[in-house]
Design a binder for this molecule. Sequence first.
Ligand SMILES: [Ca+2]
Ligand SMILES: [Ca+2]
Ligand SMILES: [Ca+2]
Ligand SMILES: [Ca+2]
Length: 364
Amino acid sequence: MSWRIGQAAMIAAAGLVATASGQLFELQYDQADEDRWNYAFNATPGVRTISPTFGANLMDGFDDYDAQLVIGFVTEGDVPNGLGEGRYHVESLTMRAYVANDEQFAYDPTYDAFGTYLDANDPEFTPDEDPGRPVEMYLVGYRPPFDIEMWMETTAFGGPPVVPPAQGNRFIFAGTLNDSGEVIDISNRLKERFDARPLAVGRTDVAPGALVPVDSEFVFEADLCAPGLREHVAAGLDAGVLRFTLGSLQPATQGGDVNYPIWYTRENGLAQLDGLIAKLEVRVRVGSAADLTGSGDPNDPGYGVPNGAVDSDDFFFFLDLFASGDARADLTGSSNPNDPSYGQANCTIDADDFFFFLDAFVEG
Ligand SMILES: [Ca+2]
Ligand SMILES: [Ca+2]
Ligand SMILES: [Ca+2]
Ligand SMILES: [Ca+2]
């Protein structure tokens, strides 16, 4: 995995700040390690200096999310990897990306349902209540032969298309987690007629509906309750790299005016100088799900900070969290080890979490 080692060294050069107290990691990446305009007709995959996101909405032969942007951060060397997905518990995650075009698209801070993209005569059409289209952040999935280990920003776009010239074949795609715990491709969710819950919708500093100025920062604060967010981050940290996709469905028309965002990539020297390359902040607890504190004394600096040991302090600390409804007591979606949500927080605190804690406590 020498390419990883090289990239980890680049993070350090880019000014990574990592602090670990006990088993709690707060990672801050000032610059993406990978970014890729994930578009079938990209002649320079991985090294382009800008990357648009737009839609080819409902067009046969193209994904609805036609032009996607993949952004990746190598975490290997900053967080111990390879511990198993159940050992990583994300507490917060925020990605930032920067706009390279000036006042060409309108800011929409909220998700638009799939019905708003349909033809006005369609029975499932619903009007779009706010101007513009949101920029959405999704987890990524892979098509064989690619997987999280093999994929690189310069990897080919895809294999033989489901519908030529390019529909349904990208090797890395915007995804979500379904109820069976599988990552599915959302790139054609308008054709397939379903809503997906993004990990985040980008927020920026202009009024909703206003045109977005060049160099604007978009903040993607991950929704910890979005399907697959926690699983995706755990799998990424286990493998040593976190990747996400940005997508937006402003319809691009050939030869038409640009009405969609264009993003800086890390190959853009001027954007680098100005600090306008995608950034990531992650707070993650690593180790046993039952390791929640290093002390039972609220005045001890180790109180509430996991310390790598599971003992009675953790037990009583968990009881406090559980009784007070603290989000950290949410450890699982099921007490059945065979359920896909076992060990994955589900934004509900109930008896399942209590029994899961007991299991994790006994295991250590
Ligand atoms: Ca790149
Ligand atoms: Ca809208
Ligand atoms: Ca502990
Ligand atoms: Ca729960």
